[in-house]
Design a protein around this ligand. Structure first.
Ligand code: 5CA
Ligand code: ZN
Length: 425
């Protein structure tokens, strides 16, 4: 499916830097650089939305985190290949469509369209490939058949349908074994599996954590023909297959919110390793959870602040973007209306500074030396390259505005290219 329009990114002079990014597997900051097998190419797969209740500020914050990374890679002169999925068929989507008495396809299409327009207004760099699960069902069926013939998958009888297919989570593969990605103990995995779409109590599975790869057709549910019979994909395998189809392995980064560490990214990595013999990604990167009214902002709780509602109420998208950038992507934090007030004030002061610059350069020529400008751009780059420290970047721009010489086109371009905030209308 098509993604959304790409924002214009000014190209900055000088050398961008490769960012350090926190890796969930090693629990350390590592340089996010192209794998030696693919010089010059940074590849990233970010888990996309399940299209209902889009786009809340938790979603926006996660996509903005990876947008910040991609902007640094572009600035560092890398070719970036970016893929994102849409979980456009899955239990939660079907349940929501049934609850609201709407066709699941229509719900998904409307919500994906809303998401696209929200991403575009937030100036998020779009993926090169934006892929719905419904577009890759035969490829998922083929992958599940391969897993079954290699012994990595097995069938579980069901009372009301043909057998379903599950992945054997006890496999020990050269490139993956259970816990490699998430580093969690068994009890935590079990609890999270039950909470996040797994079925640890299902009878007939070899191991409670084994995840569903293929759900055979049930009456009233969507189903497609495939190499493993009629049915639909399980959740984790969709991301493995879409990533493998469109990106070179290993990815530079596999990303998403921290609620995906287990089971989703654990098993996406496991399925990919079982299919190819290789690790899915060099780095696994996770953004923190945005809360609202004391709890994680989530569709199931309904405590949502939607980007489209803020925009409809007249909030400048740059204010939303600045509000989200004012928190570090990796921390869990709670959204308050005061985030908007502070961001509004910041945008006003930055815009006044930029407007002064245009006046200044008309009346008195170049207002500050090229040298101090490029040193400032390098400072901004290095702050952001330290695990996407956007709050740090906002703070140095604030102090530059208060204490430093007036703005110049280079500084205005740098704020646009690296932070996605255009200051000149
Ligand atoms: N379709 C799957 C991924 S394959 C999914 O998790 N969809 S989602 O719509 O529930 O979430 C979309 C993205 O937003 C995921 O990366 C998820 O981790 C992230 N996300 C969801 N809620 C929040 C939140 N409250 N704060 C930050 N990120 C969130
Ligand atoms: Zn995913």
């Amino acid at each position: 499916m098509h993604a959304w329009n790409r924002p214009l990114l000014p190209r900055l002079p000088g050398d961008g830097v490769l960012p350090l990014l926190f890796d969930t597997v090693s629990q350390a900051l590592v340089e996010a650089r192209p794998d030696p097998a693919h010089p010059g190419v940074a590849s990233i797969y970010v888990c996309g939305i399940t299209p209902y209740d889009a786009t809340h500020l938790g979603h926006a914050s996660t996509y903005l985190a990876f947008d910040s990374l991609i902007r640094l890679w572009i600035d560092a002169g890398l070719e970036v290949r970016y893929v994102q999925n849409v979980t456009d068929v899955d239990d939660p989507l079907l349940e929501r469509a049934a609850r609201d008495g709407v066709d699941w396809r229509q719900l998904a299409a409307e919500q994906v369209q809303l998401f696209r327009s929200d991403m575009e207004r937030l100036r998020i760099v779009p993926p090169d490939e934006y892929v719905g699960v419904t577009e890759v069902v035969p490829a998922v069926g083929d992958a599940v058949a391969r897993l079954e013939s290699s012994g990595a998958a097995y069938r579980v009888e069901s009372a009301d349908a043909e057998p379903d297919v599950y992945f054997d989570s006890t496999l020990s593969l050269p490139a993956w074994s259970l816990g490699d990605e998430s580093r969690l103990d068994a009890a935590t995995m079990l609890a999270l599996s039950a909470e996040r779409g797994g079925d640890p109590d299902r009878a007939g599975k070899r191991h409670p954590l084994d995840p569903l790869l293929w759900r055979s057709e049930r009456s009233g549910e969507p189903a497609w023909d495939s190499a493993v019979g009629r049915g639909r994909p399980g959740w984790h395998i969709e991301c493995s297959v879409i990533a493998l189809e469109h990106l070179p392995m290993p990815l530079t980064v596999n990303g998403g919110g921290s609620d995906l560490v287990f089971p989703h990214h654990e098993f996406s990595a496991g399925h990919a390793a079982a299919l190819t013999g290789h690790a899915l990604s060099d780095i696994y990167s996770h953004s923190g959870m945005v809360a609202y009214q004391g709890e994680k902002m989530s569709k199931s709780l309904g405590n949502l602040v939607l980007v489209s509602r803020l925009a409809a109420a007249g909030v400048d998208p740059r204010v939303i973007r600045l509000a989200l950038l004012s928190e570090h992507y990796r921390s869990d934090w709670e959204w308050f209306d005061s985030h908007l007030d502070a961001a509004r004030e910041r945008l006003d002061s930055w815009r006044a500074w930029a407007a002064d610059a245009s006046l200044c350069s008309l009346s008195s020529g170049t207002p500050s030396s090229d040298h101090s400008d490029s040193a400032f751009v390098d400072r901004l780059r290095s702050i952001l390259a330290n695990d996407l420290d956007t709050p740090g970047a906002l703070a140095v721009i604030d102090s530059r505005i208060v204490d430093g010489p007036p703005a110049t086109p280079l500084l205005i371009d740098a704020i646009d290219a690296l932070l996605g905030i255009p200051l000149v209308d």
